[in-house]
Design a binder for this molecule. Structure first.
Ligand SMILES: *Cc1c(COP(=O)(O)O)cnc(C)c1O
Length: 647
């Protein structure tokens, strides 16, 4: 009998879940937000509560703030563990890079949970700096200013030098002149970092972020020139930090070792010229999204502890070798902190490719191709499937030609399509049995696989799945004590053929299909996409004007759990406003157009139009499956936090 353990194994939950997810005896996904096995959230209880409260429709994005806390503790703990193990004479400073997730609620959680480690923030633009300042970072927590900086950015950063632990990183050599100019005008001694270009490059998708041709960072001669400039001004000690970042999701530990070696050497040489306090190793700490523990793009071939050990050990060895003091090690592991904490829940609202229908016996007057397709279907077997499939392709083409010439009718066309489809399904099945992985039959397998329509937008909620073909674990959230009986692929509700989940977690390349359960009448089927906390929230776009999903934030406590915050997603109105449709006047404009039309429109009819417009404008942008009326009325309830602007 199929058990929960079989599903854990099938979907690789323990390989990618980092101890946060499992399956209980009821066959439901359970979540341990702080890894404490006595404090779990049964996802179906949570879904039931959301359904019952009737104020939010699916899709819903879940956030588990405690996972952010746990990751901050885990990463900091690993570095402190390595520091202790190697008796490293220095300490560790965690930083969260804002670009990984700028959502206000998320940054608030991170600041709160990071406070005991003095966790700081890294910003890359003026807007990110303003956002960071608005949230009241503790004074001792570093605020690292990266990115290309104009006058406004620099003046703002300098103006708060005395009340925040600002470090301005020179990303582009010429910036140093502006920094010094405005610092002089404002009477401030700046704290400066410099980003260096390493020869060592990243691996995987973001390989271009590092290496000699990287977009950011100073060459060796520029770095020397910068130190000379500071020295001439007598402010050598302004240089507080050496920084590098060779890219995100570095999947191969050897790349990290190489970069660390080079960077530590640069630090040690520079340390002899200036009293540099920090060595900032940037981001890059990988998340094993597909759970394969390999150097493939959605994975990592190393553990967190191995990463920390390599960083600490390399820096120590080189500092000893060069006889310089050990720096405070700074890391900006954004992905590794944020990825786990959020997931999207959506429902399957239908099937595509449901082309099976009853095989009707051919009639006398049917065209010959129908007869032929029928025989192909009856005779196809593992010996001859190729031949019969190729024949079927030809019969189908002939049939369409016949239709286009007006020789056969819709009835015959339909019969032919059904038969052809049935031959394809059988051929695909036989090809699989024969372990035929020729391109032709792989394509066919894809073609005949069942497509399930999920009520979500891949472009809004999982943009990297589309943009960089990253794998995010996508699995059913319940019935996991039942053996899955179907194989399918999930498509979203956008009108874009790219809105399809093409790879599923399970092996290093990603599986092409998801093992699913057959849909039941009168019972919703819920799926989850996991590990969405890094980069997905703000890279998402409004394809087809589908907006942000509703959010539910959940905490576990005392053997129980509770919803600590709900954030309402976008309404149609909010999206139209965002794209300048100014819905304030929208209804009136449409109404105007209606009445100026020649035909007289009755007042009653006008009222109906107005009511429908209003209702749709106020509603969720996604497919609404609840009965109308009930779902909407509580949206204005007092427990909902309404974000000010479109998020
Ligand atoms: C993007 C970025 C990071 C975050 O990298 P992760 O791989 O997500 O940890 C850190 N530092 C800098 C300078 C970045 O640009």
């Amino acid at each position: 009998m199929w058990k929960a353990e079989d599903s854990i194994e099938l979907y690789g939950i323990e390989n990618w879940g980092n101890g946060y997810f499992s399956v209980n005896d009821k066959g439901n996904i359970i979540i341990f937000p702080n890894k404490d096995r006595t404090q779990s959230v049964d996802i179906m209880d949570l879904i039931e509560e959301i359904e019952k409260s009737r104020d939010l429709e699916f899709p819903v994005l879940l956030r588990f703030p405690q996972m952010l806390e746990d990751r901050i503790n885990e990463i900091t703990g690993s570095f402190l563990g390595s520091i202790k193990e190697f008796s490293y004479k220095g300490t560790y400073q965690p930083i969260f890079p804002m670009k990984v997730n700028q959502r206000k609620e998320v940054i608030e959680y991170i600041i709160k949970y990071g406070a005991k480690h003095k966790l700081g923030l890294e910003v890359g633009t003026k807007a990110e700096l303003l956002a960071a300042l608005s949230l009241g970072l503790p004074k001792e927590a570093p605020l690292i200013c990266n990115g290309y900086k104009d006058e406004d950015y620099l003046r703002l950063a300098l103006s708060i030098h005395n009340i925040n632990n600002i470090i301005i990183v020179v990303d582009l050599f010429e910036e140093i002149f502006d920094i010094l100019k405005y610092a002089d005008i404002m009477g401030i001694v700046p704290r400066i970092g410099m980003r260096v270009k390493l020869f060592a490059r990243g691996s995987g998708r973001w390989v271009e972020s590092g290496g000699e041709s990287a977009k950011f960072g100073l060459s060796t001669s520029e770095a020397l020139e910068l130190m000379k400039i500071l020295k001439e001004r007598g402010i050598t000690d302004s240089l507080k930090m050496i920084h590098f970042h060779i890219g995100s999701q570095i999947t191969d530990i050897r790349t990290i070792k190489n970069a660390m070696n080079e960077a530590a050497r640069i630090y040690a040489k520079a340390r002899k010229m200036a009293n540099i306090e920090y060595l900032n190793v940037g981001g890059g700490l990988s998340v094993d999204y597909n759970g394969s523990n390999t150097a493939t793009p959605s994975s990592a071939n190393y553990s967190l502890r191995e990463y920390a050990n390599d960083v600490v050990y390399t820096i120590q060895k080189i500092c000893e070798d060069e006889d310089v003091p050990c720096p405070t090690i700074v890391s900006e592991s954004g992905r590794a902190i944020a990825a786990y904490h959020s997931m999207l829940i959506f429902k399957i609202i239908g099937k595509k490719n449901a082309k099976d229908s009853l095989l009707r016996t051919p009639k006398e007057e049917d065209p010959i191709q129908i007869d032929d397709l029928c025989s192909a279907f009856k005779e196809i077997n593992i010996e001859n499937y190729k031949e019969h499939y190729h024949d079927a392709l030809q019969y189908r083409d002939e049939l369409y030609d016949s239709f286009n010439l007006g020789n056969i009718g819709l009835e015959e066309r339909a019969k032919g399509e059904t038969l052809f489809w049935m031959v394809c399904k059988k051929a695909a099945f036989l090809a699989k049995q024969a372990e035929d992985d020729s391109d032709e039959f792989l394509e066919l397998k894809k073609l005949v696989s069942q497509k399930y329509i999920g009520n979500f937008s891949l472009f809004q909620s999982v943009p990297d799945m589309w943009g960089v073909e990253q794998i995010f674990p996508t699995i059913p959230l319940h019935r996991l004590n039942e053996m899955p009986s179907e194989r399918g692929r999930i498509v979203d509700i956008t009108c874009d053929s790219d809105g399809e989940i093409k790879r599923y977690a399970g092996d290093s390349e990603g599986l092409e299909y998801l093992e699913m359960h057959s849909l039941m009448e009168n019972e919703d089927y819920y799926l989850g996409i996991f590990l969405l906390g890094a980069y997905q929230d703000t890279l998402g776009d409004f394809h087809n004007l589908l907006g942000c999903a509703h959010e539910v934030h959940v905490m576990a406590e005392n053997d129980d759990w509770y919803i600590c915050q709900k954030v309402e997603g976008d309404t149609c109105k909010k999206l139209l406003d965002f794209f300048n449709y100014e819905t304030k006047d929208y209804i009136w404009e449409i109404m105007d157009r209606c009445v100026t039309k020649k035909e007289y429109i009755h007042k009653k009819e006008q009222e109906v139009i107005e009511a429908e417009l209003n209702r749709t404008l106020k509603g969720y942008t996604y497919f609404i499956t609840k009965p109308n009326g009930t779902a909407k009325s509580k949206v204005d309830g007092p427990d909902l936090q309404r974000p000010e602007a479109l998020r």
